[in-house]
Write a protein that binds this ligand. Sequence first.
Ligand code: GDP
Ligand code: IMO
Ligand code: MG
Length: 428
Amino acid sequence: MPALVLLGAQWGDEGKGKATDLLGGSVDYVVRYQGGNNAGHTVVVGDQKYALHLLPSGILSPGCTPVIGNGVVVDPAVLLSELSGLNERGVDTSKLLLSGNAHLITPYHTTVDKVTERFLGKRKIGTTGRGIGPTYADKINRVGIRVQDLYDESILTQKVEAALDFKNQILAKLYNRRAIDVAQIVDEMLGYAEQIKPFVADTTLILNNAIDEGKVVLFEGGQGTLLDVDHGTYPFVTSSNPTAGGACTGTGVGPTKINRVIGILKAYTTRVGAGPFPTELFDKDGEALRTIGGERGVTTGRDRRCGWFDAVIARYATRVNGLTDFFLTKLDVLTGWEQIPVCVAYEIDGKRVEELPYSQSDFHHAKPVYEMLPGWSEDISKAKTFSDLPKNAQAYVKALEEMSGAPISAIGVGPGRDETIEINSFLS
Ligand code: GDP
Ligand code: IMO
Ligand code: MG
C-alpha cells in the first residue's frame, strides 16, 4: 500500500493532524500538498500537545520524512519559527524536505489579505489573514515568488518588482495604504534563504522514486472538501484544492500511483469563517458541542460554528474525492445525548434532495431533514475495539457509514494517539 491521501471531508478541523500522526509511525514520508499556515492541526502525543500550522504532522514521528510539496504556500518566517519551536521541545526536524517550486507568502500577501477582507465588509470570507488567497492569486497570475527564487538575488528582485508594481498602485490609490518597498521585501526574503536552503529539494523526483521503491507515502490535506476552491462552497472557501486531486498537482505524483483516499469525518460538523452551513445550531446543543468538543480554532482562536452530522456532505466528499475509507473522529464528544439528530437529506423549496445541490442559491436555502438516532451515556474513551462501544454508539457509526458511501475504517474516541479504534488497517 505505497501511497495514500488523507484529507478533510467537511469544512476542516476534522482531526486530520491526529489521524496523520497516528499513521506517521508506519509511513516513510508525510507530504503536505496544498494550503499553508492557515491550517491548524493539534496533535497530542502522551502528555505533550503540539499545534502545527505549516509543517506536515509526520514531523513528530522520528522515522518519517516530512515533505512540503510544490502546491503549498510557505511563509518563510512561520516555517522557521515553527521549526525552532519544535527543536526547543526536542523534536528533530532535520529531515524536512521543501519543494523549490512552492510559492512564498511575503508580508505584502498578508497585508493584501487583511485589507481585502476589511474592504469586503459584510461580504468578507472570514479568512485566517495569513496571506493564503493573495499568494495563490499571484501564482495563478504568474507574478508569484518561489522558494528557488531566494537563491538568485537578481531574479528575486525582478519578480518582487513585477509583483509590487501593480499591487502598490492598488494599495496606495484604492486602499489608501503606504506602498511597499521592493528592497525591503527582497532583503527580508534573502535573510531567510540560507536557513531554509538545507531543506530545499526536488521533492517530485524524491516522492516518485520512493513510491517506485515500495516506500509508504502519506499525502496530508489541509482544510477540507467543502473549502476547496473548485468543489467547495465558493466563494466561502480557501484558495487551494484540499480534495484528492490536489495531492497530484500539489506534489507531482500521478493519480495512478495513489492507492487509497481516506476522508477524515467528524461525528458532527464544524465550520470557521463565513458561508452556508445547513446543520448549524444556534442553541444549547451547538454550545454543548463547542464546549465538549473544544471547538476553538487552532490558528485564529475563533469559536467554531457547530452543528449536527450532515450525511449529504459526507456523500459528496466520497464522490468528489473517490474516498476508499472514512476515519470518523470525535465520537466521544457525542456521549450524553439522549437522541442524536443526523441530517440525511435537504429540503429545498419543499422538495427532498439527497445530493449536494450544485446551485449556490439552492444550497443557501437547504433545510436539513433530520433522522433521530438513539444516543448513549457510557464513557467510550477507553474503547479499543468496535465491540467495546455501547450498542447505540455502534448503531450510530453503522448508520453514518451506510449514509456516507464508504467504509468507516477507524474511529476516534479521544484526542490522544491511542484513543482510536482501528477497524480496517489503512496500510494493508
Ligand atoms: P485538523 O485541522 O483537521 O488537524 O483538526 P484540528 O486539530 O484543528 O481540530 C481537531 C481537534 O480535535 C484537535 O483539538 C484534536 O486534538 C481533537 N481530536 C482529534 N480527534 C479526536 C477524537 O477522536 N476525540 C476528541 N475528543 N478529540 C479529538
Ligand atoms: P485545517 O487544516 C478550518 C477557512 C477560513 C475561511 C476560509 C478562507 O486546520 O482544517 P483562508 O485564510 O484559507 O483564505 O480562509 O477557509 N479555513 C479553515 N477552516 N480549518 C482550516 O484548516 C482552515 N483553513 C482555512 O476560516 O473561512
Ligand atoms: Mg485545524
